[in-house]
Unconditional design. Sequence first.
Length: 57
Amino acid sequence: MSWFSKAKRKDIWDDPAAQPLGDIEAAQRIRAFRAINAGSIKAEVLKEHPTLEGEQA
């Protein structure tokens, strides 16, 4: 079965921080996380609700 051989995707939160993050660095990291996942989230929503294809959020 092919899904057992897939490597586990690394989560952005799994990267250890060299030092505690300040507000700006934390916000940048959250934005990066959201940007990475935005496409996959939209694809999942459109699979469930294909009538939303042309609508803006």
